[in-house]
Design a protein around this ligand. Sequence first.
Ligand SMILES: Nc1ncnc2c1ncn2[C@@H]1O[C@H](COP(=O)(O)OP(=O)(O)OP(=O)(O)O)[C@@H](O)[C@H]1O
Length: 258
Amino acid sequence: MSTQSTDRPDEQPEQRPAVELADVCHSFGDLDVLGDVSFSVSPGTVACVVGPNGSGKTTLLRIVADLLEPDAGAISVAGDGGRRVGYLAQQPAFRRQFTVAETVAFYGSLVAERVDVDAILDRVGLSAVAGRRVDALSGGMVRLLGLAQAMVGDPSVLVLDEPANGLDPTMARHLRAVIDDLTADGDAVLLSTHDLHTVDRLADTVLLVDHGELVAAGPPDELLAEADAASLDEAIATLGHGGETAAVSPGLHGGDRP
Ligand SMILES: Nc1ncnc2c1ncn2[C@@H]1O[C@H](COP(=O)(O)OP(=O)(O)OP(=O)(O)O)[C@@H](O)[C@H]1O
């Protein structure tokens, strides 16, 4: 990658998964959100987490990004020790008065990394607005700035929560090109999305989460075959627990989220 990094501890990343989860469980109070989730993501690949609203995707991503400690289970991330994971939150929050360039530089100073701000902004396509204040950015630009922040420190694993959300088709295409670029460098990308075009275009692996369970996992072709479906949409509906939007399983959750 073109950002500056002090080291790259995973000398032979292809020999082990970039991300590996075994029997991860999590509850918020008496709300069971994830139950025995296990999967792995290989270096240089994209895994797309899909599933209904409230099914546990963000919770899962926050656990992988080390922002949330699971109640049970094991997680290993390539380069463990430094936990080199870049994270794009579903709603990234920035200091409004900072410029785009200052935001990336500031984040670099927080994670104590030497950061080539220009290179990162060039990579995500924000060079032209490097001097613009955050509060003058469009929503799509804010997401790209979130991606730039996630790339600080040259992480080998990127966890992106709905990166395509709110992007127009041109921006979305640009985002996909950036993700292609990251995986070509050997990085692993774990992202959540409701946009099946993104899944279709990017996913090496689809992880279908429904009511906190990983109900299907594999390459898109395998999911289509498993569901005997003609489209991902159909496969997800077939393999899921019915695809209802208010994803509160009576069995697993017992709540009544709208
Ligand atoms: N900090 C929290 N405290 C209590 N409950 C929470 C918390 N975070 C999430 N939840 C609950 O956990 C469940 C899963 O939420 P999560 O955000 O992981 O789902 P999601 O699949 O990402 O949803 P969406 O597609 O709508 O973004 C929901 O019922 C949610 O209300």
